[in-house]
Structures are given as structure tokens and as C-alpha cells.
Design a protein around this ligand. Sequence first.
Ligand code: AP5
Length: 196
Amino acid sequence: MLNIVLFGPPGSGKGTQAEKLIEKYKLVHISTGDLLRSEVAEQTSLGMAAKKIMDAGELVSDEIVIGMIKKKVEEHKEGPGFIFDGFPRTVEQARELRKVLTDYDERVTMLISLQVPREELLARLLKRGKEMGRSDDNEQTINNRIDVYERQTVPVTYYYEKMHKHIPVNGLGTVEEIFKRIVKEIEGFEKFHQPS
Ligand code: AP5
């Protein structure tokens, strides 16, 4: 299996690049943000509780998102692999992901970390807020989402760094340029790690 964590701050292009990677590698896409938004749209009790937290730009509890991940991994355990988008977002989530994958004799192949400066993140998300009306794409919430990322999510990179799996990628440029950079990293990594 090829199991990629697509990582980066809000607006760094995780969802955009995930779509292209799925097409190329036929992986199963697991986005905890999308899963939570569908709970909100269906007005489940989980969705109603999550909406308040998401609109404030804070993180939903580890317990809730880990439960969602376990279910999805179980459903697709025979597949070619996963793209985890927006997960793990805390070191606790990273540890749990490791346990879940180990149960299927699998592991995270690599963490691709998109590097984009705050001013560009703000510009992208404010634009999307105007065009699409996502409720957390307003200036105050965007800034808090980025602060939360820096405080609670960046430590996840140190966790994967220790395993030599953290791959920073420049997230500035056209969608196609960034995609090529990611593919180059995946193919270089796979070649290097192929069993002889
Ligand atoms: P989530 O849905 O994961 O949102 P996010 O991390 O804030 O990411 P975004 O979807 O805003 O951005 P992205 O990096 O995917 O970029 P995208 O491709 O969309 O999480 C939302 C909330 O859910 C969290 O705040 C939290 O409350 C909760 N949550 C989710 N997962 C959780 C977890 N694991 N634990 C706890 N809570 C969790 O692009 C953004 C925009 O930029 C788009 O308009 C796009 O068209 C544009 N764009 C993309 N690439 C480029 C480019 N190269 N140049 C110009 N524009 C570009």
C-alpha cells in the first residue's frame, strides 16, 4: 500500500492536490474535514457539536476523528492505499493512526508537508469564502485556524521527522507545478525504499 499523509496549514492546497493524487494513484481519499462537514450537513448530533468548534477554527476532539478514521480504514483495508487529508492534526492522532495501520500490517509511507506563507493562505481562503461561502472562511476564523495549526499541528511533523518520513514541498505556484513536485517526491521515495 501507498499511504500518504497530505499535510499543511489551512488553504495550503491539501484538498486540491489530494484530488489529483487520487486520480493518478487510485488511492482512497480520507478527509476528516469533509467527513465532519457531511455530518454537519446531515445535522447529526456529532455534526451539530462539531459545527461550533469548526466555525471557531478549533480542533474537534481526537476521539471523534480517530473513530471516523478507524471506520474508513476498515472499509477500504483491501485497497491500494490511502491519502489522509487534514489528519493527523495532533501527535495523539498520529500515534493512533500508527496503531490502526499496524493492525493491518501497514504504515504511513510519507508525510508531504505543503509550505505556504500566511499571507497567501489568507488570500486563498478569503477568496474561497467570497466564492463558496464556507462558514470558517472569514478573516477571524482563518487566522485562528492558522494559529491552531502552528500550535497543535506542526508538532506532528517532528513525529514523522524522527522516522525520516517528513517531506516538505513548496506549496507556492500553479496547482500543476505543485503536483509535479509532489509526484517527484513520491516516486523518488518509492524508488529509494523498494526492497532489493
Ligand atoms: P479541513 O477541512 O481539513 O480544512 P483546512 O485544514 O482548514 O483546509 P482547507 O480545506 O481550508 O484547505 P486545504 O489545505 O485543503 O486547501 P484547498 O485545496 O481546499 O478542516 C476544517 C475544520 O474541521 C478544522 O478547522 C477543524 O475544526 C475540523 N477538523 C478537520 N480535521 C480534523 C482533525 N483531524 N482533527 C480535529 N479537527 C479536525 O485550497 C484552498 C483554496 O485555495 C481553494 O479555493 C483552492 O482552489 C485554492 N488553491 C489551491 N491550490 C492553489 C494554488 N496553488 N494557487 C492558488 N490557489 C490555490
